[in-house]
Design a protein around this ligand. Structure first.
Ligand code: PGA
Length: 249
């Protein structure tokens, strides 16, 4: 059975005191009440160690990591270092990394391989631009992203991966994909997993939706057959909103 997951992506937001109080508030709400999904937060690297040490109901993940063990890579943090301080999960392929930092499919594949070596749980993001959606071939674009950077993994390694479908035109824009549009793409992704791996692995793969997901639209999105939760940007920065999305399950 696949797991339902709600994951926050804080991006480059929150001061340390804001991050700390948000975490405390979330931990308190989550310990007061049973939740029916796993909860992750992808936080800025400088907050990782402290939040990992204080977390009990939330799994803390990194937003980025460099795919080399050590060496002359000024400013970078290796996945080995992330693992060494207790990081459990990592985001790979987010559209902001692809677009603003020119991360190519080839580089993302290296990151996927290194995360696998370090046994970090991969949350692999994929999604099309507005122009690609309007051109009609958006399904092909998304499947190609998976083929180029993820589908070379062995069955055993792939089983640990979570996929996040995030149409770029919906990220931070307030424009959500309709539950039908999102579910359609999730079904396509699952079918591609059937073709690459097998039916059982496809059924067990958690596929999240991301892109302006909020307390108002989460229920309709998460009630769809192939949407197993969300990767939440803006709405993960407010405890009340994030908890309300978590409680959708
Ligand atoms: P958003 O971001 O919820 O603010 O649209 C989602 C993401 O980029 O992961």
């Amino acid at each position: 059975m696949r797991k339902n997951i709600v994951a926050g992506n804080w991006k480059m937001n929150l001061s340390w005191s804001e991050a700390n109080s948000l975490s405390e508030e979330l931990e308190k709400s989550l310990s007061d009440k049973k939740v029916n999904c796993e909860v992750y937060n992808f936080v800025p690297a400088i907050y990782l160690k402290s939040l990992i040490d204080s977390a009990s109901n939330i799994t803390i993940g990194a937003q980025n990591g460099y795919p080399k063990d050590a060496g002359a890579y000024t400013g970078e943090i290796s996945m080995k270092q992330l693992k060494n301080i207790g990081t459990k999960a990592i985001l790979i392929g987010h559209s902001e990394r692809r677009q603003l930092f020119s991360e190519s499919d080839v580089f993302l594949r290296e990151k996927v391989d290194e995360a696998t070596r370090q046994d970090l749980k991969i949350f692999f993001c994929c999604g099309e631009t507005l122009a690609q959606r309007e051109s009609g071939n958006f399904e092909g674009v998304v499947i190609q992203q998976l083929e180029n950077s993820l589908f070379h993994l062995s069955e055993n390694d792939f089983k640990k991966v979570v996929i996040a479908y995030e149409p770029i035109w919906a990220i931070g824009t307030g424009k959500t994909a309709t539950p039908e549009q999102a579910n359609e793409m999730h079904k396509n992704i699952r079918q591609a997993i059937v073709e690459k791996y097998n039916q059982e692995i496809a059924e067990d793969t958690t596929i999240l939706y991301g892109g302006s997901c909020n307390p108002t639209n989460a229920k309709d999105l998460f009630s769809k057959s192939d949407i197993d939760g969300g990767l939440i940007g803006g709405a993960s920065l407010k405890a009340e909103d994030f908890i309300s999305i978590i409680n959708t399950f």
